[in-house]
Write a protein that binds this ligand. Sequence first.
Ligand code: UDP
Ligand code: MG
Length: 317
Amino acid sequence: MNKPVPDLSIVVPSYNEAANICPLVEAVRDALPGLDWELVLVDDGSTDDTGRQMAIAASSDPRIHVITLARNFGQTSAMQAGFDYARGDVVVSMDGDLQNDPADIPRLLAKLDDGFDLVVGYRVARQDRLVTRKIPSWIANRIIARITGVSIRDNGCSLKAYRRSILERFVLYSDMHRFIPAMAVAAAGARVAEIPVRHHPRVAGESKYGLSRIWKVLSDLLAIKMISSFRSSPLVMFGWAASVSAVLGIGFALLTLVSVPGGFRSGMAYAYVFPSIVIVLFTSAFYMLLLGLIGEVAIRSDPTSGPIGVLPPGDEA
Ligand code: UDP
Ligand code: MG
């Protein structure tokens, strides 16, 4: 049965949020009177009653859809599964724990209508711990701005509104939902706006993250940066590494020459060690240069190459 396409899709990834599902659905209903919406609830492999609560909600309202993932894939993949399913021209993402407030959605939509492709909420008076949450996130937002060149106050706030055309331009994986604004700008030159949104303390269930997320964020950031610069010019990246090797190689070669008159007599180690280092360094410089060239050939012959996770135009289906 083909259901009519709604104007707005709200995507909510949830992992073990049983006690939050019912109040969340009520809050969404209350927040969007008169709007044509669908609510896409993604059960990210929950082991509690979340799946059943979602099914109950869906059975009483045809606007509610449930996607059940076979195991816990993590918030980012759950979000992407929801985006893949969502049919609205406008898509909103938010957390399933009611820390985001659905009552902010109309303001996000109004801002989108002002001519933006992506509206990102930032949490004023964020209701999380200072040392383990707010301070790391303050630092992370600055690093992300520096590295990606897209400055966003609060990348970690899930409450965002997107034009569907933007969402179709990239695929999320790992923990990359935190880089959506940067990816949207890189992939499609998205016009991004930020608005303040409410943030409530968690009432039911537990936070799924601790300080360990810092490493995930940093490694994702490194991956984005490395792969996007690699993608644009592998020869430059490998060329730098080759140059460092070559310069060190030349240094050791000079050292070998200098050591020859006295050194070879005073200690045989120089005779073997320095020339061996020279050979290793020159070989690796040559090897890296070749890798860079192969990289160039590879990206030139791959028309789909672009920044990490970003799909080429016309390939979004
Ligand atoms: N979440 C998820 N899969 C996971 C971890 C979290 O779908 O593996 C969901 C979680 O249920 C919540 C949202 O992602 O709806 C944000 O998680 P959480 O509230 O734990 O993060 P915090 O607010 O503490 O940053
Ligand atoms: Mg939360």
